[in-house]
Design a protein around this ligand. Structure first.
Ligand SMILES: NC(=O)c1ccc[n+]([C@@H]2O[C@H](COP(=O)([O-])OP(=O)(O)OC[C@H]3O[C@@H](n4cnc5c(N)ncnc54)[C@H](OP(=O)(O)O)[C@@H]3O)[C@@H](O)[C@H]2O)c1
Length: 379
């Protein structure tokens, strides 16, 4: 918890209540009496692109609003949600790893799709102070692969109708993507692989009605499946930059791993974290596993037909090991930048800022185009 009392005391009450629940200091001078939006996650202040995207769009539209990162551990999530409910200047928040599912019981209402997916990535604060959860990840993903990105004339995928797709991962983002894909694949089949096979099996059960051909496969079956599909999507955290904390307080990183093969990195107790020494200790303990993962991935990438697209939800790093292996073996690749921007622009325009834009007469398609363009430029 951030403990600068001098900062907390002089903040407006609603912001001081939020500050008491989070680990990062809020910038008092940037807040003033502005309307507020933000992102809830483990440490979004250290890696999230969302604050620069949203604040860039606020500035471009001349809105008196600010978007803030909220770093919150599981233990203070419920208290933070209560503080957000009371925050009169709050328009809404985005939700990211690892709170997308754990936040759900604390909200006042859930959109049907968020219930189905069992994950929330956007929370609106209504005029009467209720917090309502939605999920727009899947829609953002589809938009990013089916619409030409700025500067391009063709989309990453012309049509998903009838395409066979391999989805790696079955966490919050994967579930949202799977529901959206299931609606558009028609007779194409969706293969879902997850480290924990139960999660893939249960996701397949849930989308069975929309996608009768959906099937869960083991991580060890990725190699076979990947050579038979038109599109491979990584929606797992394999390849994600930065240090990750497991629920039992251990630290690790998945950045050197490709999604095409298993990853069993070393886990180091948080109490042993010593900056650069952590990286050295972690790397020497994980090196042979990384080498095995990368070797298997290179070999597989070389055997995948050239027409198969490699798409990753991750945008940090911009090119994951999975995408690098895809590109260097001759495939088309796409990272998660377009998805993040598509769902951010959607949440900004249609959801979180909609009442504000309505009031200013700015809720029209030109504003949406502007938001999208600015977010791409400030990336
Ligand atoms: N571009 C965007 O707009 C956007 C939007 C949402 C998410 N994302 C990215 O998508 C990724 C997933 O996010 P999420 O919200 O779905 O996270 P999540 O709910 O925490 O799910 C994590 C997924 O990664 C898998 N995983 C974790 N460690 C693994 C390992 N060592 N080996 C194999 N699989 C492992 C998990 O498998 P288990 O079930 O076995 O634990 C699970 O499938 C993140 O990197 C996130 O940044 C991007």
């Amino acid at each position: 918890m951030y403990e600068s009392t001098s900062n907390a005391v002089s903040l407006p009450n609603d912001i001081a209540r939020i500050q008491a629940c989070i680990d990062n200091p809020l910038d008092r001078s940037a807040i003033g009496k502005k309307k507020i939006a933000g992102v809830i996650g483990d440490v979004p202040s250290s890696y999230s692109k969302s604050p620069s995207l949203w604040n860039g769009a606020f500035r471009a539209l001349g809105l008196d609003a600010v978007y803030l990162p909220f770093d919150v551990p599981d233990s203070r999530l419920q208290a933070l949600v209560a503080a957000l409910r009371k925050a009169e200047h709050l328009m809404g928040v985005s939700v990211t790893v690892p709170h997308k599912t754990t936040i759900m019981p604390y909200l006042d209402d859930l959109d049907e799709q968020a219930k189905q997916i069992n994950a929330v990535n956007t929370v609106l604060r209504t005029g009467d102070g209720r917090l309502v959860g939605y999920n727009t990840d899947g829609k953002g993903f589809l938009e990013s692969i089916q619409t030409p990105q700025p500067g391009q004339t063709r989309p990453f995928v012309e049509t998903l109708k009838g395409m066979d797709v391999l989805l790696i991962g079955a966490g919050g983002a994967a579930r949202s993507v799977a529901f959206s894909l299931a609606e558009v694949l028609h007779n194409g089949s969706l293969l879902i692989s997850n480290r924990t096979s139960e999660a893939a099996l249960s996701l397949v059960e849930q989308i069975r009605e929309l996608s009768p051909d959906a099937r869960a496969i083991e991580e060890g079956e990725i190699a076979q499946a990947a050579t038979r599909v038109g599109l491979i999507i990584n929606s797992s955290t394999k390849g994600q930059g930065g240090i990750r904390k497991t629920r039992d307080g251990k630290l690790t990183t998945l950045e050197p791993y490709s999604a095409l093969a298993p990853a069993n990195p070393a886990l180091i107790p948080e109490s042993e974290y010593r900056g650069a020494e952590f990286h050295r200790a972690w790397l020497s303990a994980s090196l042979s596993d990384i080498e095995a993962n990368n070797r298997a991935s290179w070999k597989l990438a070389l055997s995948i037909p050239l027409e198969t697209g490699f798409s990753d939800l991750i945008y940090h790093p911009e090119e994951t090991v999975f995408l690098r292996h895809g590109r260097l073996s001759g495939h088309r690749t796409l990272n998660g930048k377009g998805m993040l921007i598509a769902q951010a622009a959607h949440a900004f325009f249609h959801m979180i800022c909609r009442p504000y834009l309505d009031k200013l007469g700015l809720y029209h398609s030109e504003t949406y185009r502007r938001i999208f363009k600015v977010m791409f430029e400030v990336w």
